[in-house]
Design a protein around this ligand. Structure first.
Ligand SMILES: NC(=O)c1ccc[n+]([C@@H]2O[C@H](COP(=O)([O-])OP(=O)(O)OC[C@H]3O[C@@H](n4cnc5c(N)ncnc54)[C@H](O)[C@@H]3O)[C@@H](O)[C@H]2O)c1
Ligand SMILES: O=C(O)[C@H](O)COP(=O)(O)O
Length: 323
C-alpha cells in the first residue's frame, strides 16, 4: 500500500493515553477535544488528517463532507454504526476499527448481566442500601441446566458461550454466517430462530445493528419464547425492540432484561430502565482498563501502519454494516 500522509489527528472521545503517545512518537500532532457539539466538530475537523472516535461521536455525512483534509476515521472499538461509512468511502476516507480489543470485556459484562438476572443482584443490593433485609423477594433460579440462546456467534457470542457453559448452561445459537461446525467447536448447537425461541430460558444478542437485526426480538418473537424468558443486550440498542420489551415485561412474557445499550444514548425514555425487572448499564461493555488499552493502542498502530504504507488492517466497508 502506498504511504498516506497523516500529520494531525483529532481524538474526540476518551481514548486510552497510549493512543496519543504512539501517534506522537511517530511524529503525528494530536489534539484531544471531548463533548463537541456537531457544529463545533464541523468547524474543527477541517484542520485534521485523521479522526479517532469511540461510539459517542456521530460522524455523519455533513461532518465528513466538511472534512476537507480527512484521510482516516479510526474507531477505537468495534461498532462503526456511528460513522457514515458510505459517505466516508465516497470521499476516499478510510474507516478502520479495532474489533477484537474489547471482545473479552463485552463478553464478561454479558455474563455479569446473565448472572445478575438469575439472582437479582442489583435489586437486592439496592434494597440493602435502602435499609431492608428482604430474603423472600429476591429468590432466584440457578443457571445450571438452563438453556441460553445466543443470537450472533461472532467474537463476543462465542466467548459468552464458553463462559456460560462453565455454569452448566446448555448453549444453542443462530448465526447466518458462522458455520455450524465452528459454533459446535465452541459448544454451541446451531438451529433456526424458529427452533431457538421456544427452547430458551435466557437469550443474549451479539449481532451488529443492521436492517436484518433491527427488532430481532419483537412482539411476534417474544410470543414464541417461553413465558418468563430473560434477555440480555450488550450489542446495540434496537436489536431488541424497546417498546415490545416493555410490553413483554409488563405481561410477564419476559421475566427480566439486562441492557447495556439503548436506541438513544443516554435514553430519554425511562419506562424500560425504571422497570423493576430491568437491570441496566450506561454502555459499559468496553469500559475496562484492558479493553481501552488494547483499542487505543491498536487504532494508533493501525494509523501509523498507514503512514508507513504497511498492509491495511481493520479497514471497514459499508457491506460489513449490512448495507
Ligand atoms: N456493549 C459494548 O460496549 C460492546 C462492545 C463490543 C462490541 N459491541 C457490539 O457487540 C456486537 C457483536 O460484536 P462482535 O465483535 O461479536 O461482532 P462479530 O462481527 O464478531 O459478530 C457478529 C456476528 O453476528 C452475526 N450476524 C449477522 N447478522 C445476524 C443475524 N441476522 N442473526 C444472527 N446473527 C447475525 C454475524 O454473522 C457475526 O458472526 C456488535 O454490535 C458490536 O458493536 C458492544
Ligand atoms: O462497539 C463497541 O466497540 C462498543 O460498543 C464500545 O463502545 P465504546 O468504545 O464507546 O465504549
Amino acid at each position: 500500500m502506498a504511504p498516506i500522509s497523516i500529520k494531525s489527528v483529532l481524538i474526540s472521545e476518551s481514548v486510552d493515553p497510549r493512543c496519543r503517545a504512539i501517534l506522537e512518537e511517530n511524529g503525528i500532532r494530536v489534539t484531544e477535544k471531548q463533548n463537541m457539539k456537531k457544529d463545533e466538530l464541523i468547524a474543527e475537523i477541517k484542520d485534521y488528517d485523521g479522526l479517532v472516535v469511540r461510539s459517542a461521536t456521530k460522524v455523519t455525512a455533513d461532518i465528513i463532507n466538511a472534512a476537507d483534509n480527512l484521510k482516516i476515521i479510526g474507531r477505537a472499538g468495534t461498532g462503526v454504526d456511528n460513522v457514515d461509512v458510505d459517505a466516508a468511502t465516497k470521499k476516499g476516507i478510510i474507516v478502520m476499527n479495532t474489533p477484537s480489543g474489547n471482545t473479552i470485556s463485552a463478553a464478561e459484562l454479558t455474563c455479569a448481566l446473565l448472572m445478575s438476572l438469575s439472582r437479582n443482584v442489583p435489586q437486592a443490593a439496592m434494597s440493602m442500601k435502602q435499609g431492608n433485609w428482604d430474603r423472600k423477594k429476591f429468590m432466584g433460579a440457578e443457571l445450571f441446566g438452563k438453556v441460553l440462546g445466543i443470537v450472533g456467534l461472532g467474537r463476543i457470542g462465542k466467548e459468552v458461550a464458553s463462559r456460560m457453559q462453565s455454569f452448566g448452561m446448555r448453549t444453542i445459537g443462530y448465526d447466518p454466517i458462522t458455520p455450524p461446525e465452528v459454533s459446535a467447536s465452541w459448544g454451541v448447537e446451531q438451529m433456526s430462530l424458529e427452533q431457538l425461541w421456544p427452547q430458551c430460558d435466557y437469550i443474549t444478542v451479539h449481532t451488529p445493528l443492521m436492517p436484518s437485526t433491527v427488532g430481532l426480538l419483537n412482539d411476534e418473537t417474544f410470543a414464541k419464547c417461553k413465558k418468563g424468558v430473560k434477555v440480555v443486550n450488550c450489542a446495540r440498542g434496537g436489536i431488541i425492540d424497546e417498546a415490545a420489551l416493555v410490553r413483554a415485561l409488563e405481561s410477564g412474557q419476559c421475566g427480566g432484561a439486562g441492557l447495556d445499550v439503548f436506541v438513544e444514548e443516554p435514553p430519554k425514555e425511562r419506562s424500560l430502565i425504571n422497570h423493576p425487572n430491568v437491570i441496566s448499564c450506561p454502555h459499559l461493555g468496553a469500559s475496562t482498563k484492558e479493553a481501552q488499552a488494547r483499542c487505543g493502542e491498536d487504532i494508533a498502530l493501525q494509523i501509523v501502519d498507514m503512514v508507513q504504507g504497511k498492509k491495511l488492517v481493520g479497514a471497514v466497508s459499508s457491506t460489513q454494516q449490512g448495507k
